[in-house]
Every structure is written in C-alpha cells, then in structure tokens.
Design a protein around this ligand. Sequence first.
Ligand SMILES: *[C@@H]1O[C@H](CO)[C@@H](O)[C@H](O)[C@H]1NC(C)=O
Ligand SMILES: *[C@@H]1O[C@H](CO)[C@@H](O)[C@H](O)[C@H]1NC(C)=O
Ligand SMILES: *[C@@H]1O[C@H](CO)[C@@H](O)[C@H](O)[C@H]1NC(C)=O
Ligand SMILES: *[C@@H]1O[C@H](CO)[C@@H](O)[C@H](O)[C@H]1NC(C)=O
Ligand SMILES: *[C@@H]1O[C@H](CO)[C@@H](O)[C@H](O)[C@H]1NC(C)=O
Ligand SMILES: [Zn+2]
Length: 388
Amino acid sequence: MLAKQLSLASIMVALASAATAPAPTPSSTPIPAPLIPLPPFNGTFAGSYPPTFAIAATSSPQVAKWMSELNLTAVPDIPVVKVTSGGTIVSPNSIPASACDWSVDNCINKDITTCPVGVWGLSYDDGPTEFSPQLYDFLDKTNQKATLFYIGSNVLTNWQSARRACGAGHQIAVHTWSHHYSTSLTNEQFVAEVKYTEMAIKELCGVTPTYFRPPYGDIDNRIRGLLTQMGYTSVIWDLDTNDWEMAPGGKLSMQSVNSAFDAWIAKAPQDTTGHVCLEHELYQNTVNAAITNLPKLQKTWKTMPVAACVNDPHPYREKNITLATLNGAKTGVNNASNTTVGNSAVSPGASATPTGTAKTGGSTPARALTSVTVAVAAAVICAGQMLL
Ligand SMILES: *[C@@H]1O[C@H](CO)[C@@H](O)[C@H](O)[C@H]1NC(C)=O
Ligand SMILES: *[C@@H]1O[C@H](CO)[C@@H](O)[C@H](O)[C@H]1NC(C)=O
Ligand SMILES: *[C@@H]1O[C@H](CO)[C@@H](O)[C@H](O)[C@H]1NC(C)=O
Ligand SMILES: *[C@@H]1O[C@H](CO)[C@@H](O)[C@H](O)[C@H]1NC(C)=O
Ligand SMILES: *[C@@H]1O[C@H](CO)[C@@H](O)[C@H](O)[C@H]1NC(C)=O
Ligand SMILES: [Zn+2]
C-alpha cells in the first residue's frame, strides 16, 4: 500500500511532462479503417474543459447540471480522505471499515477484479500518451483489443491517438481528469473529473464510456456510489506489474517486469480465476514491456478487454455500438435503434449486468468452453476483429 501511495508524486511529474511533450511521432504503419464510426472532429474541442492535470473546477453551471442529475441520497456519506501532496493517506486508521476503502484495506465491493478462468483482461492505464502509437500499432498487428483507461487531460493533448483507439474497437474507459486520489476529492470534484473526461471522449469518439478505474486503485463506497449514479462500473485488478516504477530514474528493471509475467504464466495451469492485470501506456519502457510480454500472454490466456471478459457487449452508453465479447458478440454498429445486429452469438440473458459480475468470473468454466467459443467466434468475427 505504501508503495502505491508514494507513487503519486512521480506519476504526477511524469504525467505533467507528458502533457507538454513534443508532438508524437506519426505511426510508421498505416492505421486500419475504423471499425467504429467516428464523428467529425477538426482538432478543436467544442466544449470548455478544465486546465490539464488540475483538479477539475466545480463552479461551472456544467458541473451543477451534472450534480443535479444524480441522486445523492443514494451516495454514502463518508468523509473525504486527506492525502498529502506526496501521496500519503493521512490518518488511515480513522477510515471506517464501512467505507470499504481499497487503498487502506483492499476492500472490494462490486468492483471487477478478475476475468473467468483462462481469460486475461488486458488493460493499459494513463494514456493516451506520446508512446501510445507504438502500442496501438502492435495491438493492430496482432488483432488484439484492450481496455484503455484514459486520463481526460491526456485525451485533450493526444486526441489523435484517442480517436484511433476508439475507432479500432478498443474499450475506452475513464481514469479521471487529473489523476488524483478519488477518495481525496469532494463529490463535486469527483463528478467533474469523471464527466469532463467522458465529455472529451464523447466529442472525439461519439461514445460515452461506462467503465472506470480509480487512479492508484483508490476507491471507497462514496466513490462507488457516485459512479453508480453516473452509470459506471469500477475495475480494479488482481495482478499488478508495477511497471510504472520503471519510470525514468525509477527503481524497477524491465527484467523484473518480465519475470513477473513469466511467474504468472508458470502458475497459470493452477489458476482458479482468470486475471485483470494493471499495465500502463505511460512511458517508453512500459510500452516496451507491454509489447514484449503480450505474445506470451496470448499463448497462455485468451486476452481481451475487461468488458469482453465479463460478457458485456455494450461498454458504452450508446447501445447501438457493440464490442466483441468472450461469448461471441461481434464488434459493430447497429444503425437501427432497436435491433441487436452484430450481437447474434450472445445467448439470451448472457449479456452482463455491469456491476456484480466480478465474483461470478472465477466459477465460469471458460477452459471447457474454449473450443466452442473459438468456433463460434471464428464464424461471426472476421479476421481483422478476432478477439479470442
Ligand atoms: C472546429 O470545430 C469547433 C468545435 O465544433 C468549432 O467551434 C470551430 O469553429 C471549428 N473550426 C473550423 C475551422 O471549422
Ligand atoms: C434516491 O435514493 C434513495 C436511497 O437509495 C431512494 O430511497 C430514493 O427513492 C431515490 N430517489 C429517486 C428519485 O430515485
Ligand atoms: C448511435 O446512437 C446514438 C444515440 O444513442 C446516435 O446519436 C448515433 O448517431 C448512433 N450511432 C450510429 C453509428 O448509428
Ligand atoms: C451502419 O452505418 C454505417 C455508416 O454510418 C455503415 O458503414 C454500415 O455499413 C451500417 N451498418 C449496417 C448494418 O447497416
Ligand atoms: C424495431 O423492431 C421491430 C420488431 O422487431 C421491427 O419491425 C422494426 O422494423 C424495428 N425498427 C427499426 C427502426 O429497426
Ligand atoms: Zn493511473
């Protein structure tokens, strides 16, 4: 826990410098045509947004409107947690157990933390960054989709990469506007952090995310209540690469990160659950680690976005967009509002309710289903969209 708390300062420095970094080098390989249609965008956002990497201001009519849409009676009244600027939680002992605070006691409450046995939920946090094109090129090359937990401030800066990733059919999800500890924010600040990020993604991609990962995994029942009110499912993880510690000047070596993956792979035959693993598209070396290790993961598990592994074909509020899932939904767009074109392989009742799915993951006999699922998927998913 301590390591996680101390990470704030170094990550904030890195994020801030990423925000002012020179323009990304253009992708060396052609970017495939989008699978998900993108709205027109001329490089200028229509909305007005908070300064990048500052805690989103709450005084605007926009934030007041967002607050008015929520039922705050349904949000537990838990005190805002004090966190030092260095990222240390002040008086963790005063946080009641009823808060179910993950940072303090690893308490989980309806958060997704695993995938079914045999499945690896692939997620990359803190993007999009100047390094993202290298990762997205590699994902395209291996027909791999992932969940990308985006920082709103980075979406504004690196919007070309954000649009590319949406169009490619990756699952775009929210990781706050400014990457602060969620429990240290007021209700209004937290709502603003989520909604401004959501707004930027909607402008660029035409979709509204419904999945959220708290920076540092910092979440409690107040934050969960606000997320539920905003229509979000929270995602933590059960495996952590600690790859961010490879930050320039950081203490972790690439060899350690590679070894962590190798150890998980060696233990895979004894797995009683699948996994959701924390990786970052934050630095050159975290992207290098992602690219180096993904082929090994693909040989060991079925690798896919988190929503795919919990069989949620609609990780966006726009239900006419379908993203491929473990049980065979196919990425595509339903132009007619009341049809489910592209989703025919999903058995009735199989689409996941967004919350409460994490705990069912471990008991799903995914290994036994593998060949059937692959056969169904092969029939309905064209090669370029192959997910399993
Ligand atoms: C670009 O789009 C923005 C937002 O929609 C709009 O305000 C602006 O006028 C457009 N600029 C040009 C040059 O079309
Ligand atoms: C708001 O939430 C409270 C507590 O869950 C519930 O009793 C009430 O019916 C909700 N109000 C509305 C308008 O949904
Ligand atoms: C999907 O539905 C939304 C309304 O929810 C609509 O604005 C949008 O144009 C639709 N997208 C496509 C590609 O049909
Ligand atoms: C839906 O509309 C898009 C363009 O908006 C088109 O490319 C696609 O073929 C349409 N899909 C269906 C199933 O009609
Ligand atoms: C909606 O569904 C009904 C019944 O399946 C169908 O007859 C109708 O054409 C659909 N409407 C659209 C816009 O797709
Ligand atoms: Zn993060």
